[in-house]
Design a binder for this molecule. Structure first.
Ligand code: NAP
Length: 269
């Protein structure tokens, strides 16, 4: 089995990585090849060691083929099941148990520029569109090619179900179970007065729907999970549920709603 690890950059996380490699070598019979970052080799399994942000980095590095396992070196994550104290149990489970596979939908994002470029991106958490300056973002929103609203405000977040617990939650979007194949469009500080009006509620679009965002601003700040950049001359952005999914290998019974409870209500007991 070819294995890759993606690490948060701290001492504790590097120690956990070393411990995991040692246990895998000791306890498993098949030889593992650890893939070093930056090469062409494709792993079968990727361990993300760090936080949810580390998992975002891992999935953008290795894409849709491998299975992902998350070890959290901070608080319990939405993408990370295992605590560093449980590495023995994790390796035991890898050797003896069949994992439950969880496939999480992504947001597919098609960006068209005014000079005719067409760029495909995808995100596991969300696409964020904000104006590049402090003035309002102005966007004409169409759903399934029909005019819906003219948005004016700070920005829009188009999130996946697993991204719904991240930035989307901070703007009062709904939390969606990752088995629901949908995207959610949520507003950041929309202007609603006698001149401008938006729906001012988060919208959940099913798999066969899409949203087109026609941009008026000459520059926007575009966030694609961890990647943030100023984009010039974006004409429009289309978002829909992506055709691919990210595959997680689950060896533990942790429910999505259990994670939500631990993350936002009771903390880790
Ligand atoms: P960051 O600003 O350093 O951390 C953002 C926080 O979001 C971290 O605590 C991270 O958890 C957590 N997070 C990431 N994905 C999550 C998910 N699916 N559900 C619940 N929490 C999640 O940024 P980062 O580490 O590079 O992560 C990028 C993400 O930050 C973006 O995708 C966006 O969702 C989020 N963000 C949130 C806000 C907000 O809530 N106001 C603003 C900007 C960006 P870990 O500590 O476990 O890594």
């Amino acid at each position: 089995m070819k294995i890759a690890t993606v690490l948060r950059d701290d001492h504790h996380t590097r120690n956990v990585d070393q411990e995991l490699r040692k246990l895998l070598a000791q306890k498993t019979e098949c030889p593992h090849i650890f893939i070093e970052p930056g090469g062409d080799e494709k792993p079968d399994m990727v361990f993300s060691i760090g936080g949810d942000g580390t998992m975002l980095e891992a999935v953008h590095q290795y894409g849709f083929e491998p299975f992902y396992v998350g070890i959290h070196t901070g608080h319990l994550g939405f993408y990370a099941d295992w605590h560093p104290d449980e590495l023995d149990d994790l390796v035991e489970a890898l050797v003896n148990n069949e994992p439950v596979l969880a496939e999480y939908p992504i947001v597919s994002c098609h960006i068209r520029t005014k000079d005719g470029q067409s760029i495909e991106k995808w995100t596991l958490n969300e696409v964020v569109i904000r104006n590049a300056t402090l003035s309002s973002l102005v966007v004409s929103v169409c759903i399934n090619d029909a005019e819906f609203e003219n948005f004016r405000g700070d920005g829009l977040i188009i999130s996946s179900p697993s991204g719904s617990t991240a930035y989307n939650k901070a703007v009062d979007g709904a939390l969606l179970h990752p088995s629901i194949e949908a995207i959610q469009v949520a507003e950041i500080a929309s202007i609603n007065n006698m001149s401008y009006r938006t729906i001012n509620s988060a919208l959940v679009l099913p798999k066969h729907h899409h949203v087109d965002l026609k941009i008026s601003n000459p520059q926007i700040m575009l966030g694609l999970d961890r990647e943030h950049a100023v984009w010039e001359n974006v004409d429009s952005i289309t978002c829909r549920v992506g055709a691919n999914k990210i595959k997680f290998a689950r060896y533990k019974k942790l429910t999505f709603w259990g994670r939500v409870r631990k993350a936002f209500i009771v903390g880790q007991e």
